[in-house]
Design a protein around this ligand. Structure first.
Ligand code: ADP
Ligand code: F6P
Length: 330
């Protein structure tokens, strides 16, 4: 059990995600409301190591709940992976009186928080990533907004794809995970969805599928390709050569990470940011806030980092059966 915390530090780390600001606001105001001091740590672990740390008051987080990005900025900080970097981060927490740290980010960021907690800095992780690829939680801050942004973009590509009777390969983010691709594929009614978890690189099967749907009179053929598979441009060239049908690749890229957060992201991020502070006030440390089976819960960081989750077989099967018109064979 940690001693009663007095000063909370908040940082965002890894890729930014819509809703991170809502979590910052909630954590800051929850802490201030409980009589604690709050410090904003800028640029993730980089700012902790380089002492980019400023007091954060209740007014400093005004008007940010609806803003995309993160007002604290973020970074990928290789130094934090070294013992020297971690030692410097611990030293700076102590120097600035930070005895409770809220780390908003993904698994990598939690690995940093784990090391700080092991060295005596009370730390709580809050899941923030558009990728939804954190094993211990069914929700991560930013996924809802990003998947809606991508879906709207795909709907637009589909319009032009239909007008030109083309094949469109649309690449969505997600690093090595296919959640964004699968949700977009189902929500946009794509003809094919290529997921890193299951794609077998059988391009001929896709080509046969395009030829078959064209024969049935389909005016477009949307292929959602996950970033974890990539190579969309080269794939488009090969498919065009093999089918004789105009094929274009669109890589949605970083537009998926921006924009004003959805209501769900604002709400869940608010609850998670506040819960992180509540845990610190309760004397807890080395925990990760999560959403599981309809509840906001928390897990030990070591356990959380060891957890895995799988893409839903049922959803994958649905993606196929609803847009392929194919017959399920048992
Ligand atoms: P995410 O947090 O979204 O998974 P990254 O994997 O890029 O994103 O991690 C964010 C940052 O967390 C890294 O740039 C690094 O500073 C820190 N980090 C990642 N892995 C570790 C690790 N094993 N030990 C210490 N710090 C780490
Ligand atoms: O983790 C979020 C994410 O957007 C991934 O989907 C993507 O692989 C990665 O970050 C891109 O990172 P960067 O913005 O550093 O190129």
């Amino acid at each position: 059990m940690a001693d009663q915390v007095k000063t909370i530090g908040i940082l965002t780390s890894g890729g930014d995600a819509p809703g991170m600001n809502a979590a910052i606001r909630a954590a800051a105001r929850r802490a201030i409301g409980r009589g604690l001091k709050v410090k904003g740590i800028y640029k993730g672990y980089e700012g902790l190591i380089n002492e980019e740390i400023k007091d954060l008051g209740a007014r400093d987080v005004s008007d940010i709940i609806g803003r995309g990005g993160t007002i604290l900025y973020t970074a990928r900080c290789p130094e934090m992976r070294t013992d020297e970097g971690v030692a410097k981060a611990v030293e700076n927490c102590k120097k600035h009186g930070i005895d409770g740290l809220v780390v908003i980010g993904g698994d990598g960021s939690f690995a940093g928080a784990q090391k700080l907690a092991d060295r005596g800095i009370n730390a709580i992780g809050v899941p923030g990533t558009i990728d939804l690829d954190i094993g211990c939680t069914e929700y991560t801050i930013g996924f809802d907004t990003a998947v809606n942004t991508a879906m709207e973009a795909i709907d637009k590509v589909r319009d032009t794809s239909t007008s030109h009777e083309r094949v469109s390969i649309i690449e969505v983010m997600g690093r090595n995970a296919g959640y964004l691709a699968l949700w977009c594929g189902i929500a946009a009614g794509a003809e094919d969805v290529l997921l890193p978890e299951i794609y077998d690189y059988n391009e001929q099967a896709i080509i046969n599928h395009i030829i078959e749907t064209r024969k049935k009179g389909k005016k477009h053929h949307i292929i959602i390709n996950a970033e974890g598979i990539g190579h969309s441009q080269a794939m488009a060239k090969r498919i065009e050569a093999a089918t004789g049908i105009g094929t274009r690749a669109t890589i949605l890229g970083h537009m998926q990470r921006g924009g004003s957060p959805s209501c769900k992201d604002r709400m869940y991020a608010t609850i998670m940011g506040a819960k992180a502070v509540d845990l610190l006030i309760e004397g807890k440390t080395k925990r990760v806030v999560a959403f599981k089976s309809g509840d906001f819960v928390d897990f030990d960081i070591n356990e959380a980092l060891a957890m895995t989750k799988n893409i839903s077989d049922y959803e994958v099967e649905l993606a196929k059966s609803l847009s392929y018109n194919y017959v399920i064979q048992n």
